[in-house]
Design a protein around this ligand. Structure first.
Ligand SMILES: [Zn+2]
Ligand SMILES: [Zn+2]
Length: 345
């Protein structure tokens, strides 16, 4: 099969013919029809994760089951499926309680094994992790869900429990941030979007952000405080840096909730977090790590009904060759919205 191969940390990725994976016990092989490119793929390329090279990145995917391994009961060849980026083991107490997103024995395609920037990908514990794709949802839309959209959904709905009429500050208007804007609006919350890129802010406004703030060195928390009469009820750091994490926390009103979604890779050192404010104002800091397949049904129903339209976040679709060329510069990409790869091109 054709796949985007990375031979070593920070080497130029290349499209190459490699052996097709076979289905593990309890798992399947999926023929990839669409796969999203995300900053996490760039982190993997840059050596920020513990990854064995040579490596195939890619963890946001949708496709068709091509091979079913032993001990799989729920899936058959030909099923249209997607999958969260965290695949739980299916056996531990967290998986059995529907929280595979924190499974201690989790697999992540594109990190713990070869991922979906390829014509085929192996997925583990299929009965726990696969999500059936309704005919009404196309592959590119589904691929946009597995990482950033589902993460934003869980952060706002499952973790921060955002309510109608509340203010939500979204720091970072990339894939996950724009998803958060759309989801916050769908539940009736009011949004302040913050980003360094005016184009990303224009998209956030299109998606229903009531206010946009250009992070051009200004005091973001003070500006949010003025716009929301004392700070937002919920803030999402969708970037993952010391600055954006602090801005999100300091933008909260008293007793507000932070959903930390942006990854803070340890290579950059542990971030300084304004804990004095967290204590004095009784702020809740909520980590959010993807979303398990068990929590997909309410989100899929909102997509099927049209209340959520993740396809609006798909900015462009490219082939494997373009993906290989693009990956090393992806941390600096200024594309507003999501880049989807079609490996069948
Ligand atoms: Zn991702
Ligand atoms: Zn588990």
């Amino acid at each position: 099969m054709r796949a985007v191969m990375i031979d070593a940390v920070r080497s130029q990725p290349e499209v190459r013919d490699v052996p097709q994976p076979s289905a593990p016990v309890g798992g399947v092989v999926v023929r990839v029809m669409a796969t999203g490119m995300c900053r996490s793929d760039w982190h993997a390329w840059a050596g920020h994760d513990d990854i064995a090279f040579p490596h195939v990145p890619g963890h946001e995917l949708a496709g068709v089951v091509a091979e079913v391994g032993p001990d799989v009961t729920r899936w058959q060849v030909g099923d249209r499926v997607t999958v969260p980026f965290v695949c739980g083991c299916g056996r531990c107490e967290w998986c059995r309680s529907g929280n595979a997103q924190v499974c201690p024995d989790q697999e992540q395609p594109g990190f713990t094994h070869w991922g979906s920037f390829a014509e085929h990908v192996a997925l583990h514990a299929a009965d726990t992790n696969l999500v059936a794709l309704p005919a009404a949802i196309d592959f590119a839309t589904a691929a946009s869900l597995g990482c950033r959209f589902a993460t934003a959904f869980r952060a706002l709905v499952g973790r921060a429990r955002v309510a109608e009429g509340e203010w939500v500050t979204v720091v970072g208007a990339g894939g996950v941030g724009l998803s958060a804007v759309m989801i916050a609006r769908a539940v009736g919350a009011r949004v302040v979007a913050v980003d360094r890129n005016p184009e990303a802010l224009a998209v956030a406004a299109d998606l229903g952000a009531e206010h946009t703030l250009l992070a051009d060195g200004r005091d973001v928390p003070a500006a949010v405080g003025r716009l929301t009469d004392g700070g937002s009820h919920v803030a999402v750091d969708a970037v993952g840096s010391e600055q954006t994490c602090a801005d999100a926390i300091l933008s909260l009103r008293r007793r507000g909730r932070l959903a930390q979604v942006g990854l803070l890779p340890p290579v950059e050192g542990h971030p300084r977090v304004p804990m004095a404010r967290v204590i004095a104002w009784e702020l809740d800091l909520l980590g959010s790590h993807g979303m398990s397949a068990a929590d997909y049904p309410p989100m899929m129903e909102l997509i099927r009904s049209g209340a959520l339209q993740p396809q609006r976040l798909v900015e462009r679709t490219i082939g494997l060759e373009e993906a290989a060329a693009l990956l090393p510069g992806f941390d600096g990409a200024t594309v507003a919205g999501m880049t989807i790869i079609d490996p069948t091109r």
